[in-house]
Write a protein that binds this ligand. Structure first.
Ligand SMILES: [Zn+2]
Length: 123
């Protein structure tokens, strides 16, 4: 990949990182806010809290993958699949600049994770 292109990707990722950190901070602030829970009536905000908690987890995972992509840039391995070492399809990077796996490996990893999750649920 062209060095100038990588710099553009790095800027995109840095901007995304800042945006994600901002979102995480807001979500955490919201989740740590005062909650007046009446034991009898339950927490009317419960659904909202669960939704935001789920969102927070998604954001943290996203942050982790953006950080990984930034580290890959630093190591000069950006755009290279971490699993098989083949170049990642540029079209895929366009959509997912934080992708560190090629599409084949991503599918494989998801398949394994799904299988593991199923096994976990069966036990
Ligand atoms: Zn791969």
């Amino acid at each position: 990949m062209q060095p100038t292109k990588i710099e553009t990707e790095r800027e995109k990722l840095e901007a995304e990182r800042v945006a994600i950190l901002d979102d995480i901070e807001h979500l955490k602030e919201w989740l740590q806010g005062e909650v007046d829970v009446d034991a009898d009536e339950g927490d009317p905000d419960l659904a909202e809290r669960e939704k935001n908690l789920a969102l927070l987890m998604v954001m943290e995972r996203k942050l982790e993958s953006v950080n990984m992509a930034l580290r890959a840039i630093d190591k000069g391995r950006y755009g290279i699949c971490e699993r098989c070492g083949n170049p990642i399809d540029p079209a895929r990077l366009e959509v997912r600049p934080d992708a560190t796996l090629c599409l084949d490996c991503q599918r494989e990893v998801e398949r394994i994770a799904k299988k593991a999750a199923l096994r976990y649920m069966e036990e």
